[in-house]
Design a protein around this ligand. Structure first.
Ligand code: SF4
Ligand code: SF4
Length: 128
């Protein structure tokens, strides 16, 4: 499961993720980190069965945590199945099904936003 973890000016002062990993022994994987001066966010994946315990260990002032679901919104009405997003996305979120219709696996998304930027039909949006 993916967690989007946001840090404010207070939260960014502490090595919260490292502490949570050390405290719990959970092998959390940092998939993306965007730190800008005195705030930022990261996308972390942890095993489904460990999610609750990891959130508890990570929770502290200045840190907000959200389970990241349905990161990619695909408008099937606008999409023309051109396949451009398949070649753009490095995380293999998109593929064609057996009928050459676009298949979306949003759980792979790391929120880079490139697909939404380049889709000629504006058929994709990203929940950040
Ligand atoms: S780039 Fe846009 S129009 Fe093309 S397949 Fe992807 S979502 Fe559909
Ligand atoms: S936002 Fe980035 S990682 Fe997510 S589906 Fe689009 S291109 Fe792939």
């Amino acid at each position: 499961m993916k967690l989007k973890v946001e840090f404010d000016r207070v939260g960014i002062q502490e090595p919260s993720i490292a502490k949570a990993i050390l405290e719990t022994g959970i092998a959390a994987n940092i998939e993306r980190a965007v730190i800008d001066g005195d705030e930022g966010w990261t996308l972390i994946s942890v095993a489904d069965e460990e999610t609750e315990r990891f959130i508890a260990a990570l929770s502290r002032p200045g840190v907000s945590i959200r389970i990241q679901k349905n990161a990619v919104s695909h408008n099937v009405t606008e999409c023309v199945d051109c396949g451009l997003c398949i070649s753009i996305c490095q995380k293999k979120v998109f593929s064609f099904d057996e009928d050459w219709k676009l298949r979306v696996e949003p759980e792979r998304c790391v929120l880079c936003g490139r697909c939404a930027e380049f889709c000629p039909q504006r058929a994709l949006s990203i929940l950040k």
